[in-house]
Design a protein around this ligand. Structure first.
Ligand code: LCS
Length: 396
C-alpha cells in the first residue's frame, strides 16, 4: 500500500487504492490494457527489463497494468504487502500450494474445504508425495496433535464451505509462527471487508475472486496476497511458469466490482441475518447454520474475529434430502446455481454439486449431510427473498 493510503478506511481503499488516474489522458476509469506484449524502445531497454534492473512491462503473463491495479487494490484491502491475480480461485490455490510445498512436506488443513481444493490435495499426494491431513482445529490441543515435524503449511477456510464452521485465526497463526509454519487462509466467504486474516497474524490470504470480490457473477478469478518476498517468489515461479494469469478485461470487472464491496457486504449481511432468523423459526427447517445467530455454536468467535457474519447460510430440512429437492425445484427468485457472493441470491445442494467429488464418508466427517442446502443471500429486497423461500418451503 502507498504511504498516503495508509490513513484511509476500507471503503475509500476499495475505490481509490492502486489507481489514481491515467497518467497520459487523465481517464478516471481504469483503462483496459488489452495487450499481450509491450514494445521496448531499444534492445537495451528490453534486456534491462528481462534482467530485472529496470522496471516496466514485458509480456502480459509476466504482468499487465490493468491486472496490477487489481493486485494492488486487494493487497491494500487485506493489509498485505503485495498481491497476485489468477484466472480462477483454483489457479490461485494451486499456485500457492505448488509454490510452497515440495515432496515429503506435510500440509495441515481445516476439516472442511471446497471440493476442488480437496481434489488438488489428493493430486499433490498421489503424484507428488505431499502429505495432507484434515483437523477440526477447535483448540490448541487438537492442532498440536495434528502437527507433524514436516508440517510446512497450515491451510484453512473460515467460515468453512458449506458448514460455516469457524477456525480461530489468532490461535492458529500464533501456534504456526512459533514453529516456523506458514498459515494460508482462504478468505473467500468473508471478503477483506469482513475479515482480514493478516491482521490476525496469518501469512497468506487467497480468494476465489469469482465470489464477493467480483460480486456480480460475471467473472471467474482468483487472487493471493501476502509478504513481498513470498509474492515475488510465486510471481516468478508458479504464476509465471504455470501461467494461470488473469485477463485484463476480467481485472477491470473486478476493480469495478470492488468499488462497491462495502455497500454490497453490508446488505449481504443484513439480508442474510433476516433470512437466517426467518429460517430458524420455520417448522420445516431442522437446523440453520449462520454465524450471526446467537444459537450458532461459535457465535462468540464469529463476533470477535469477523466484522460481519457474511451472506451464506446453510440449512437442513426436517424432510431430509427429498424435501430439499422439492423445495429447490420450487424457488423462483432464488436461482438454483453453484457459486456464491453474487448480488443475486443463489441456492445449491453441496452433496450433489460443489462437494460431490469428496467421498461420502469424508463428506459426513466434514458435516456435509445429504440434506444440507446452501443459500448465498443476495442483495435483493429481503422481503422478496423471504417470500420466495416461504412459497417454496410450503411445497417441500
Ligand atoms: N475457495 C472457496 C472457498 C470456494 O468456494 C471456491 C469455489 C474456490 C476456492 C475456487 O474458486 P474458483 O476457481 O471457482 O474461482 N466455490 C464454488 C462454490 O461454492 N460453488 O461453485 C464454486
Amino acid at each position: 500500500m502507498k504511504e498516503k493510503e495508509k490513513k484511509y478506511g476500507l471503503n475509500t481503499l476499495a475505490i481509490h487504492a492502486g489507481y489514481d488516474k491515467d497518467k497520459e489522458t487523465g481517464a478516471l476509469a481504469l483503462p483496459i490494457y488489452q495487450t499481450s506484449t509491450f514494445a521496448f524502445s531499444s534492445v537495451e531497454e528490453g534486456a534491462n527489463r528481462f534482467a530485472g534492473v529496470e522496471s516496466g512491462y514485458i509480456y502480459s503473463r509476466l504482468g499487465n497494468p490493468t491486472v496490477a491495479v487489481f493486485e494492488e487494490k486487494v493487497a491494500a484491502l487485506e493489509k498485505a504487502d503485495a498481491g497476485l491475480a489468477f484466472s480462477s480461485g483454483m489457479a490461485a490455490v494451486s499456485a500457492v500450494l505448488l509454490g510452497l510445498l515440495r515432496t515429503g512436506d506435510h500440509i495441515l488443513c481445516s476439516k472442511g474445504l471446497y471440493g476442488c481444493t480437496f481434489g488438488l490435495l489428493n493430486l499433490l499426494k498421489d503424484r507428488f508425495g505431499v502429505e495432507y491431513s484434515l483437523c477440526r482445529m477447535d483448540g490448541e490441543a487438537s492442532l498440536l496433535e495434528a502437527l507433524q515435524p514436516n508440517t510446512k503449511v497450515i491451510y484453512v477456510e473460515t467460515p468453512i464451505n458449506p458448514t460455516l464452521e469457524l477456525v480461530d485465526l489468532s490461535m492458529i497463526s500464533k501456534m504456526a509462527k512459533e514453529r516456523g509454519i506458514l498459515t494460508v487462509v482462504d478468505n473467500t466467504f468473508m471478503s477483506p471487508y469482513l475479515q482480514r486474516p493478516i491482521e490476525l497474524g496469518c501469512d497468506i490470504v487467497l480468494h476465489s475472486a469469482t465470489k464477493y470480490i467480483g460480486g456480480h457473477g460475471d467473472v471467474v478469478a482468483g487472487v493471493v496476497v501476502g509478504p513481498k518476498d513470498i509474492m515475488d517468489n510465486l510471481r516468478l515461479t508458479t504464476q509465471k511458469d504455470i501461467g494461470g494469469i488473469l485477463a485484463p478485461f476480467d481485472a477491470y470487472l473486478l476493480v469495478r466490482g470492488l468499488k462497491t464491496l462495502g455497500v454490497r457486504m453490508d446488505r449481504h449481511c443484513s439480508n442474510a441475518q433476516e433470512v437466517a432468523e426467518y429460517l430458524s423459526k420455520h417448522s420445516k427447517v431442522n437446523k440453520v447454520y449462520y454465524p450471526g445467530l446467537p444459537s450458532f455454536s461459535q457465535y462468540d468467535l464469529a463476533t470477535r474475529q469477523m466484522e460481519g457474519y457474511g451472506g451464506v447460510i446453510s440449512f437442513e430440512l426436517s424432510g431430509g434430502f427429498d424435501a430439499g429437492v422439492r423445495m429447490m425445484n420450487q424457488v423462483q427468485l432464488c436461482k438454483r446455481a453453484v457459486s456464491l457472493g453474487d448480488v443475486d441470491t443463489l441456492i445449491q445442494h453441496p452433496a450433489s454439486m460443489t462437494h460431490s467429488v469428496i467421498p461420502i464418508d469424508e463428506r459426513k466427517a466434514m458435516g456435509i449431510t445429504e440434506g444440507l442446502i446452501r443459500l448465498s443471500v443476495g442483495i435483493e429486497d429481503v422481503s422478496d427473498i423471504i417470500d420466495d423461500l416461504e412459497q417454496a418451503l410450503s411445497k417441500a
